[in-house]
Design a protein around this ligand. Structure first.
Ligand code: C5P
Length: 316
């Protein structure tokens, strides 16, 4: 049976600004997203039966249709019934490395990999933008995860403009395994506390979203300057998550206390926090140093690198 192994990278948010409400109940965002080489592997194979099956060695990863990867397969079945009738269902094995419920788009990147994998298995020949459009039906971060790299994301997060790829910039990433922040809670709380600052009229919203294209963060990315990027890090959701989750605040402050850390920020709705370092050696030193200050075994620490691509087939 035909099968593929796909590499599905995580993302961090270098910039996340909440600019207003949307008629669909979501928020208008202006973001800069960045892929990192901390990645899951998704093995996907035709199984010659009508079934969609998910397997994962991590018992915390659901294997039913509450898993976005499962829903990605269901979406392909719904959209391409002839290919499904002819070729049948898929077995999906998720090799999890990306921390779950972390603000790193772990579930979204798995779903993106399933879309790409089924496109290959069923010989559909979909374009990148067709896959992204399908992805947007699953979640706001899925379209970015398809091509990955460095991109401006506006609208719900699904309107993408690729930026020059960054590499050779290293981060240390921390996530408490047993800590999770509900993304709907974070956005809802932000609306309750800061909703009166939202831009209300449609034209002004469009102007504000367009302004991100010339924002200092985007300039810093064009300069490929890690120190400049680090100074421009921003995440509005920190305003609601940090006061509520003292461990996240403490981790952020611990990262910031190290020499050679250029900047630190929470990713997405958290609770993962990353620190940009001036070299890979420094990133490893910071990781070891944080481990000494916070010996809590519940804290997972990773060194990762910014990369310029999203889902890709693993070379055999
Ligand atoms: O799109 P996704 O399912 O990843 O979003 C999770 C939750 O985050 C949504 O249910 C919503 O509460 C919030 N969200 C939002 N505005 C966005 C993206 C997400 O309010 N642009």
């Amino acid at each position: 049976m035909k099968h593929y192994s796909l590499i599905a990278p995580a993302k961090i948010n270098l910039y996340l600004e909440i600019i207003g409400d949307r008629p669909d109940g979501y928020h208008e965002l202006a973001m800069v997203m960045q892929s990192i080489d901390l990645a899951d592997q998704i093995d996907i194979a035709s199984n010659g039966s009508p079934i969609i099956r998910i397997g994962c060695e991590n018992p915390d990863v659901p294997t039913d249709n509450t898993n976005l990867a499962y829903r990605a397969a269901e979406l392909m079945v719904k959209n391409f019934p002839e290919a499904y009738a002819k070729i049948g269902g898929v077995d999906i094995t998720i090799h999890k490395r990306i921390p779950i419920s972390a603000g790193l788009a772990g579930g979204s990147t798995n779903a993106a990999a399933v879309l790409v994998g089924i496109d290959l298995l069923w010989n559909l020949g979909l374009t990148q933008s067709e896959i992204e459009e399908l992805g947007s039906q699953l979640g706001s971060d899925v379209p970015f995860c398809v091509a990955g790299g460095t991109a401006i994301a506006t609208g719900r997060g699904e309107q993408l403009s690729a930026l020059l790829g960054l590499n050779n910039i290293y981060i240390v990433l921390g996530k408490y395994r047993s800590l999770s922040v509900s993304t709907p809670w974070a956005y809802k709380t932000y609306r309750q506390q800061f909703g009166d600052t939202y831009i209300k009229d449609k034209d002004s919203l469009a102007v504000r979203a367009a302004a991100v294209h010339s924002a200092p963060m985007v300039q810093a990315i064009l300069h490929k300057n890690a120190a400049e990027i680090s100074q421009k890090l921003h995440n509005d959701l920190e305003k609601v998550v940090l006061p509520e989750y003292s461990l996240v605040l403490q981790l952020r402050e611990t990262f910031a206390s190290f020499e050679g850390v250029l900047g630190t920020m929470m990713s997405g709705s958290g609770p993962s926090v990353f620190a940009i370092c001036d070299s890979v050696e420094r990133a490893n030193q910071v990781k070891d140093g944080v481990r000494k200050i916070i010996p809590d075994e519940d804290l997972d620490l990773f060194v990762a690198q910014m990369i310029s691509h999203g889902i890709h087939v693993k070379p055999m």
